[in-house]
Write a protein that binds this ligand. Structure first.
Ligand code: MRU
Length: 346
């Protein structure tokens, strides 16, 4: 089985997701700036995986801080965190992970620079380990919603590649399969970056899960034909009212699911819920490079100079969401109440 991200010999090792499914290349990062660049360039992507990468990148950067006294250490550490925070704006797990790393420094004023370095590495490893456990727990809750012999549509990649392992949306599917349910999956290809065809199709096939790849514009037809029983997607940020930011195209799928009375489930860890943001329209949406739309593998597929829009995410309003699956249980409408209760651990 592949490993999405790993702390190995005091370096960060990540599978280069840009090259999948054709090449399985693992890259070793020795410098936090390289990790920040890898997040920006989508070597690693997917909200929880970005969080883990940021934490490991910060641990890597902190290990190289020269300052021996606290003031100098904290200044350099803050600079590293700031660079990590500037990589991608939408997935809140990035900021959540940075917050956890900052807390280690803040809550341990008496530790020496060397002790802090060790504690930061430990925290990054803990975030990694916890993420896998969280996904397994989400899988246990989520699989209860999945009927035997269902066909599930998923969008983008919310799998092992988007997390430390197992996955959120794909974790629910994996858990249902492990329970012995007969599950089929339809994977949207997910233009423009093709996370569905390159990543979801790849990792589900590796697991021997029955997967059919479709282009994004085919899902309505499949639903109308009665071929889809449920939709499960991940999330990059969930507002306090249950509005869900996820990969561009998710909103269209949710509208189609509503029209066809198909349940639309979101699987995401508590760290994806941003109670500070009341409504989805306040979630920052990343706009990515025009070349993702105009080119495929370096080949132009559009006239030179054409105007382009490339928002990487959209927001699905809460009224289209049947339930949100977390590691602490399942939230349903009214989401203001159910999400707050779960996020606050009540
Ligand atoms: O741009 P990406 O590939 O980072 O976007 C990923 C997604 O939108 C995923 O669906 C989301 O992060 C959930 S991953 C468990």
């Amino acid at each position: 089985m592949f490993k999405t991200i790993e702390w190995k010999n005091n370096n960060v090792v990540m599978i280069d997701q840009r090259l999948l499914p054709n090449e399985e290349v693992y890259r070793t990062y020795t410098d936090f700036l390289e990790v920040a660049e890898a997040i920006k360039e989508m070597v690693v992507r997917g909200a929880p995986a970005i969080g883990v990468a940021a934490a490991m990148g910060i641990a890597l950067g902190a290990s190289d801080i020269k300052a021996k006294e606290r003031k100098g250490f904290v200044k350099a550490f803050e600079h590293i965190c700031k660079i990590m925070a500037s990589t991608r704006p939408t997935a809140v797990n990035l900021f959540w992970a940075i917050g956890r790393m900052k807390r280690i420094v803040k809550e341990n004023p008496r530790l020496s620079a060397n002790e802090l370095k060790q504690r930061l590495v430990q925290e990054a490893k803990t975030i990694h380990k916890e993420d896998i456990e969280i996904n397994r727990q989400m899988g246990r809750f989520g699989s209860k919603l999945i009927k035997n012999k269902s066909t599930i549509l998923t969008h983008c990649n919310a799998g092992a590649l988007a997390t430390a392992g197992y996955g959120t949306a794909l974790g629910v599917i994996r858990a249902a399969v492990e329970e012995g349910k007969k599950i089929k999956v339809f994977a949207d290809e997910t233009r423009p970056f093709l996370q569905g065809s390159r990543l979801t199709a790849w990792e589900l096939m590796k697991d021997g899960i029955d997967t059919t790849l479709i282009t994004d514009n085919m899902s309505g037809y499949m639903m109308k034909k009665g071929l889809i029983d449920a939709v499960i997607v991940g999330a990059d940020r969930i507002a306090a009212n249950g509005d869900v930011a996820n990969k561009i195209g998710t909103y269209s799928v949710a509208v189609l699911a509503k029209e066809h009375e198909i349940p639309f489930y979101v699987a995401a860890p508590i760290s994806t819920i941003d109670l500070k943001i009341k409504h989805g329209d306040k979630i920052p949406i990343e706009e990515r490079n025009r070349r993702e739309v105009t080119h495929i593998k370096g080949i132009s597929i559009a006239p030179t100079g054409i105007k382009i829009k490339n928002p990487a995410f959209d927001v699905t309003p809460n009224r289209l969401v049947t339930a949100i699956i977390t590691e602490r249980g399942i939230a349903r409408n009214p989401f203001e109440k159910s999400l707050k209760r779960l996020a606050e651990g009540k």
